[in-house]
Design a protein around this ligand. Structure first.
Ligand code: SAM
Ligand code: SF4
Length: 501
């Protein structure tokens, strides 16, 4: 019998990207083949995000298209996994196109759920009943699922990643010479060779008033440091050179073991000491004093810890920060950035903002714009406030700011940031930087004159700056030296000076 094919569409944050990669690896192990084409798939999975309504709307419109496709392919099985599955549960199962609903904590069961749906044509649901209660047996099945399949993801990415990138380059050249735009995607877009994500904590206990995460990912649970170290060691054996430690508030990682309380700084140090690991990153940081000094000092002392800090501010108005239940003031936030820069002068900071939170006045917004100017971020994300059912902001505060104003504030903040990024990036002109190469750049856009369709690679510096340059595809997953010859607000462009470090 031929292997069944699965198409996986993924929305959302790095946690979701990791889950998508793990689910893909688990399904391959269970005998399914991954496909890049929804039309050929026996099974379609959508890994969903609930952070903003827009992300949920995109899933619903996808499901609408799948409902249509199913008229011609009634045997196709459609599954919704992730945060939206947990949030909507049985309601989602009633959708005509949906056969499986599987929450983030139930992904280890996904192959069985698909098997049941395929064999018995019966709808399947697996979600957590009471999401804020700690799971009775701990997260043992999630942990072993993650360990086993993260190794498989890394193995596939390092063995097949280069071949896949080479094939992609060939397809791009063929498309472009036929006058067509190339839009190919591969599993490498999720997990480029040489890099891996390692979740060090799940869930969140902060309860920012606008945020759905604590309601769909459950309470904060930190993995034991030995489990993290073991996973990193095994990933390094599979050729991984960079690990990113993941947590919603990763800097509040804490694990008690006898007399000692381990914090993120301990994990960074441990990870940096693993043979074969060259770079360690961590996301996302909550602006808080606890362990902060330890973390920036570890960064200063360990060159393998990347010079990058993603620490969302959300707003520059103390009044709005209080209404958001963020536990810091704008002044304290800026002081944290100053402290990090005093210890690690080359650190690059990135941020997130929400504009149009209920009751946000022009004065509040100007305070946010001022914070953004002062913070001098490498880059930042700006989101329009989206009311989330079940959150306390949605229950207590009407969504008063009209969409046109949210939109205007969003554009204004991004314009200020663009000027700052352009200015900061110009300082890279003429400098040689070390990059970890991810693979082919999505858009082909530099130095066309250098040769005929040279592969255009993309990589990132320790500070998480994106660098585009021409070079051989075989560099994917390896380090390279690139001399920067042109800069734009979001990207540095350069010439390969040498591979290796
Ligand atoms: N845990 C991280 C933190 O506390 O900074 C962020 C996690 S959240 C998944 C990613 C970003 O989405 C947040 O930093 C925030 O800017 C944005 N976000 C979360 N809820 C939102 C909402 N209801 N409307 C708009 N943006 C939202
Ligand atoms: Fe959401 Fe706040 Fe937790 Fe971040 S810290 S995940 S914004 S509740």
């Amino acid at each position: 019998m031929r292997n069944r094919t699965v198409y996986i569409k993924s929305f959302g944050c790095q946690m979701n990207k990791l889950d998508t990669a793990l689910v893909g690896a688990a399904l391959e192990e269970a005998g399914f083949c991954l496909t890049g084409s929804v039309k050929d798939a026996d099974v379609v999975l959508i890994n969903t995000c609930s952070v903003r309504q827009h992300a949920e709307d995109r899933v619903l419109s996808h499901l609408g298209r799948l409902k249509h496709l199913r008229k011609h392919r009634p045997e196709m099985v459609v599954g919704v996994i992730g945060c939206m599955a947990q949030r909507l549960g049985g309601q989602l199962l009633e959708h005509e196109a949906v056969d499986i609903v599987c929450g983030p904590a139930q992904i280890p069961q996904i192959a069985d759920l698909i098997g049941q749906a395929l064999d018995h044509r019966q709808k399947q649901i697996a979600v957590t009943e009471r999401i804020r209660l700690p799971s009775p047996g701990g997260d043992v099945s999630l942990d072993s699922f993650e360990l086993a399949h993260s190794l498989r993801v890394a193995r596939l990415a390092s063995r097949e990643g280069i071949e896949e990138e080479t094939a992609r380059h060939d397809r791009r050249v063929a498309c472009e010479s036929a006058g067509r735009r190339y839009e190919g995607r591969t599993t490498n877009d999720v997990t480029p060779p040489g890099r891996a994500f390692v979740r060090v904590m799940r869930g969140c206990n902060y309860f920012c008033t606008y945020c759905i995460v604590p309601h769909v990912r459950g309470p904060e649970v930190c993995r034991p440091p030995e489990a993290v170290r073991e996973q990193v060691k095994r990933l390094a054996d599979e050729g991984v050179r960079q690990v990113t430690l993941l947590g919603q508030t990763v800097n509040s990682y804490k694990h008690r073991n006898g007399e000692k309380t381990y914090c993120l700084a301990d994990l960074l140090d441990m990870t940096a000491r693993v043979e074969g690991i060259e770079w360690v990153r961590f996301v996302t940081s909550y602006p808080a004093d606890e362990f902060y000094e330890e973390i920036v000092r570890t960064m200063a002392a360990a060159p393998k810890v990347c010079r990058s800090l993603h620490m969302p501010a959300q707003s520059g108005s103390d009044r709005i920060l209080r209404a958001m239940n963020r536990r810091y003031s704008a002044a304290h936030y800026l002081e944290l950035i100053d402290r990090a820069r005093a210890v690690v002068p080359d650190i690059a900071v990135a941020g997130d903002f929400i504009v149009g939170f209920p009751g946000e006045t022009e004065e509040d917004f100007q305070a946010t714009a001022e914070l953004l100017r002062r913070a001098r971020y490498r880059s930042c994300f700006v989101f329009k406030y989206s009311p989330r059912p079940g959150t306390s902001a949605d229950r207590r505060l009407p969504d008063t700011v009209p969409d046109e104003i949210k939109q205007r504030r969003n554009v204004e903040l991004l314009a200020i940031q663009e000027r700052i990024s352009a200015e900061l990036n110009r300082a890279f002109l003429g400098r040689q930087v070390t990059v970890l190469v991810e693979g082919l750049s999505k858009k082909a856009h530099v130095n066309r004159a250098d040769g005929e369709n040279p592969p255009q690679l993309v990589g990132r510096t320790s500070t998480d700056h994106i660098v585009v340059f021409n070079g051989p595809v075989s560099l994917a997953g390896r380090f390279a030296q690139v001399r920067i010859s042109r800069t734009a607000p979001l990207t540095l462009f350069g010439e390969l000076s040498s591979d290796g470090r």
